[in-house]
Design a protein. Structure first.
Length: 311
């Protein structure tokens, strides 16, 4: 599922729910649906609803082929019904598609994105989600090199150790009027076990600079037997020792805010290590509007890719 453009949704009336806390303020969870009035009619034809005598509703407000009564985003078209975090609200209308969030979760900046790790990039500024790739289906990307396979809601990038061959996926940023000066790109990934090699890693790359040589890489690497976090900006390289583990999911976040790039690794909702470099590229023209994930000499599983920035 790819969600792009002006993406800063609120849970709509009629969205599925487990209880009142799953619904926006002023709405209640009635018959497993958020609403402000009496329980809505239930379509007996919906899978899993075996009750008899219910009124049958075939209304499809968003025209995606899913009746509102069984649509996890009744007012936003999402025919694939992708739901990354399994909260019964589809990615296309979920204010935080990567983690189950409640209306009681803090939102200090009042931007509608709950302050859940990896969701709201800044609690000091109002942001919106520019784009989300859930990898339920093949993403609409500008570049996809050989070496990628899609399975079980993840993309697997396999960089083959031949002449530094690597697998990369470059994602478009449609709907952005101008190249961004403040944004954050986050992915959840895990590296597969592999033999030690001179250099191996995966990265999130900011391709908004016109000169490809000035891409900004935030990556986990192997150098001999040493495991590290690296933040590379043009010809500058900041290296921090970090004993990351194979087959362990980490959130990797690369953000540009207030003239500084910050590379952060998060595990179980808590930041583990951070590297920061000042942005010295302001004199260079910016004409690209894309970000990349890639693997070099190692196989990596990417669960999703999220890009967020100012409203």
């Amino acid at each position: 599922m790819v969600v792009a453009g002006c993406y800063n949704p609120a849970v709509p009336a009629g969205a599925p729910c487990h209880g009142d806390l799953d619904c926006p303020l002023g709405q209640a969870c009635v018959a497993d649906r958020c609403g402000t009035g009496a329980a809505p009619p239930v379509d007996s034809a919906v899978a899993g609803d075996a009750r008899v005598g219910d009124a049958v509703s075939t209304a499809d407000s968003d025209g995606d082929g899913r009746p509102d009564a069984s649509d996890n985003c009744p007012t936003t078209a999402n025919p694939d019904q992708a739901d990354e975090d399994g909260d019964l609200v589809g990615d296309a209308c979920d204010p935080c598609p990567i983690a189950r969030a409640l209306t009681t979760d803090p939102d200090a900046d009042l931007d509608g994105i709950p302050e859940v790790a990896g969701c709201d990039p800044s609690q000091a500024t109002q942001d919106r989600i520019w784009q989300f790739y859930g990898f339920v289906s093949a993403p609409d990307v500008s570049e996809l090199s050989p070496g990628w396979t899609l399975a079980s809601g993840s993309y697997r990038g396999l960089g083959v150790p031949v002449e530094d061959d690597f697998a990369y996926l470059t994602a478009k940023l449609p709907g952005i009027a101008a190249p961004p000066d403040n944004f954050t790109v986050t992915t959840r990934m895990a590296l597969e076990p592999s033999a030690a090699v001179p250099f191996a890693g995966i990265s999130i790359e900011d391709n908004t600079l016109s000169d490809d040589a000035d891409g900004i890489d935030c990556q986990l690497t192997v150098s001999g037997t040493t495991r590290q976090l690296q933040l590379q900006l043009a010809n500058r390289l900041l290296v921090k020792s970090f004993a990351w583990r194979d087959a362990t999911d980490y959130l990797i976040s690369l953000g540009l805010r207030a003239g500084r790039y910050t590379c952060t690794v998060i595990e179980d909702g808590a930041p583990m290590i951070t590297a920061t470099l000042a942005d010295d590229s302001t004199s260079q023209p910016r004409d690209g509007q894309a970000v990349s994930i890639f693997s070099l000499d190692v196989a990596a599983q990417f669960r999703w890719l999220l890009v967020a920035g100012p409203q």
